[in-house]
Design a protein around this ligand. Structure first.
Ligand code: ADP
Ligand code: MG
Length: 614
């Protein structure tokens, strides 16, 4: 250990940088917040290679005097608070005076700033926190800060940066987020000389949402302002049926500042839990206003997490706000039953019906994300048995429901082998809940999940077609256009390549729109646009973390899942028969690609036992 040393400012700054600056997006965040604090109405951000090489922020705020510019690079220099009492009612983003010196200590840094009514501005250049050069120069009113080679002198941190695309994605998400809160400020983001976000000044948040997320998105949300005891809310939620595969579109602002909050996240979760299908997430953009003394923002250096003084009340009021909006929207799951005649007539047909029933939007069991659960490794063998085969249920328990009467693990695996060769002897008996096909095979009953079975069938067919590089596609009568969000548009080439590789025919259609002219012939059901959107989400969510083959596979699974017969779909007897036949022709009729069981069985002898025949 030895003697105690007082750390030099430079070292202290680098340590602070570790807390404040995690990645290029955090630099953008700190700088944009400073620009907003300085009253800017025009903020332009320019980055190169996801901000790793360059981040430049140009604003038209109040600027700094020569003295202040120099001071701004000193640790704990802030113009925003003077005493501890100011903390209680702080309305600016910054107040620690840490960002500029920290960022300057881990980059090549240039600050040019000029105040209104001044003839000259100031330029300061720093390297690794050391001021190299101070000059008076003429410039525009406002501040322009350029940060190059972030973390050049902290190789350990530089190494941890993700790909440029991922870093850029974080920047896009952040700018989108703050642009939502400041419709009257114009935001522009350029990446490698390409305009990614161009949000001109506007008057309302709804207009801003339109500019950032596009027409379709804006047309599918509703807005409401409400007053509660301690919070006031201005909320946008997706209309019934407009849902997303992830929580990217659940954004909170507290007194107009983007925040993260597990508390509020779980309020959304509880409100929508029983209404949305598994794997779908609601769109909720919520601005909360609360008396600043009721919040502690001084929790985390990056200040995204907040702590409410009265969590319970806030939670309840947010839930009430969402529930009221949901009621207004008739937010109930839609189940459109097809006409019964349809069902009977197809029964009489001799061959497989060529026309498939109109796709229906059933949202009870569509479960993309349950399949996509990355926490859950692909299980095999023993693991599989442990995890997925339902536990032996004590036959003497009298009040078990039928579907829970399931055989033991070994017998299950044993019986699987048998059934395979005995497919010819399987007789479909009935269907339950428009979800399970019940079949009889020799001495046992099979319960087959129609959705998972169809998913397996389509998945294997798609995979085989892909392996033989021959995916038949069918043209769409009306081409479908899909409008991408700014962050997804960044990956447009990847999206097009991946979708083409599984049989979609599509191309860019100007701006952030792509046009889809044909799709894989195997897709016979489901809402095509929804399928495409889900696959796009899949690609943009995972392409950075998954190896290309795995991603390819996940895309096939998503496509199969979304275009499969869903739980709740009424299918004809013939379709059921065909499905069962195809299922037993697959390589793995018992498990879905992510390991859910497709078939659950019960032996006749077990039933006999239940009825005390023996
Ligand atoms: P903080 O924001 O916590 O005060 P920073 O290190 O981010 O600390 O900034 C230090 C000071 O530099 C600010 O208090 C502000 O006075 C000044 N400053 C920083 N960026 C700008 C800007 N874009 N325009 C005007 N002044 C700025
Ligand atoms: Mg600041």
């Amino acid at each position: 250990m030895g003697k105690i040393n007082v750390l030099s400012d430079n070292i202290a700054n680098k340590i602070a940088a570790g807390e404040v600056v995690e990645r290029p997006a955090s630099v953008v965040k700190e700088m944009v917040e400073n620009s907003l604090d300085a009253g800017s109405t025009d903020i332009a951000v320019e980055v190169r290679n996801g901000g790793k090489d360059l981040i430049r922020i140009i604003d038209n705020g109040v600027g700094m005097s020569y003295e202040d510019a120099l001071l701004s690079l000193e640790r704990h220099a802030t113009s925003k608070i003077k005493s501890i009492d100011d903390l209680e009612t702080i309305t600016t983003f910054g107040f620690r005076g840490e960002a500029l010196p920290s960022i300057a200590s881990v980059s090549h840094f240039e600050l040019i700033t000029q105040q209104k009514d001044e003839l000259e501005g100031t330029r300061i250049r720093c390297e690794g926190g050391t001021i190299k050069d101070v000059e008076r120069i003429g410039s525009a009113v406002g501040t322009r800060i350029s940060i190059s080679n972030l973390f050049y002198n902290v190789p350990a941190r530089r190494k941890f940066l993700k790909s440029s695309a991922t870093e850029l994605d974080h920047i896009i998400k952040y700018i989108t987020w703050s642009a939502l809160a400041y419709p009257y400020v114009s935001f522009k983001l350029m990446s490698n000389d390409r305009a990614i976000i161009e949000a001109r000044k506007c008057n309302t948040i709804m207009e801003r949402i339109y500019a950032l997320y596009g027409k379709e998105f804006a047309g599918n949300i509703v807005e409401s302002k409400q007053d509660f005891d301690i919070i006031r809310t201005h909320t946008f939620i997706g209309k019934s049926g407009f849902t997303k595969t992830n929580r990217d579109y659940q954004l909170f602002f507290l007194n107009n500042r983007p925040i993260r909050s597990n508390l509020l996240g779980s309020a959304i979760g509880s409100t929508f839990r029983d209404i949305l299908p598994k794997g779908r997430h609601s769109v909720v953009i919520m601005f909360l206003e609360i008396n600043p003394t009721m919040v502690d923002v001084n929790v985390h250096p990056a200040k995204l997490e907040v702590r409410f003084r009265d969590e319970r009340v806030v939670y309840n009021e947010v839930m009430r706000c969402l529930s009221l909006m949901m009621q207004d929207q008739k937010y109930i799951p839609e189940i459109n039953m097809p006409a019964v005649e349809n069902f009977e007539s197809s029964e009489k047909e001799q061959s497989i019906p060529t026309t498939v029933q109109k796709p229906r939007d059933i949202k009870i069991e569509s479960s993309v994300s349950r399949f996509m659960d990355r926490q859950k490794p692909n299980l095999t063998g023993r693991d599989y048995q442990r995890q997925f085969i339902p536990k032996d249920i004590n036959p003497s328990t009298t009040d078990e429901r039928v579907e829970r009467q399931i055989i033991s693990q070994e017998r299950y695996i044993e019986s699987l082998k048998k059934t395979e060769s005995e497919f010819d002897n399987i007789q479909i008996r009935t269907r339950l809940f428009d979800t399970y096909i019940v079949a009889e095979a020799f001495d046992e009953v099979l319960f087959i999940d129609q959705h998972i079975a169809d998913e397996r069938v389509i998945y294997e067919k798609l995979r085989k077609q892909m392996e033989s590089q021959n995916i038949p596609s069918q043209g769409l009568l009306l081409p479908i256009t899909v409008e991408l969000s700014a962050s997804k548009a960044e990956l447009i080439d990847v999206i097009i390549e991946k979708l083409s590789s599984i049989g979609f025919d599509l191309e860019p259609f100007g701006g952030r729109t792509i046009i889809v002219r044909a799709m894989p012939s195997l897709i016979q059901r489901g809402d095509t646009k929804q399928i495409i959107n889900d696959v796009i989400d899949q690609i943009t969510d995972s392409y950075d973390n998954l190896d290309p083959l795995k991603l390819q596979d996940e895309i096939l699974i998503t496509t199969a899942c979304r275009s499969a017969i869903q739980a709740g779909d009424k299918i004809s007897d013939l379709e059921a028969a065909n499905l069962i036949k195809e299922l037993f022709n697959t390589e793995q009729p018992y498990m879905c690609p992510h390991g859910r069981p497709i078939i659950v069985k019960m032996k006749k002898s077990e039933m006999d036992e239940k009825f005390q025949r023996k």
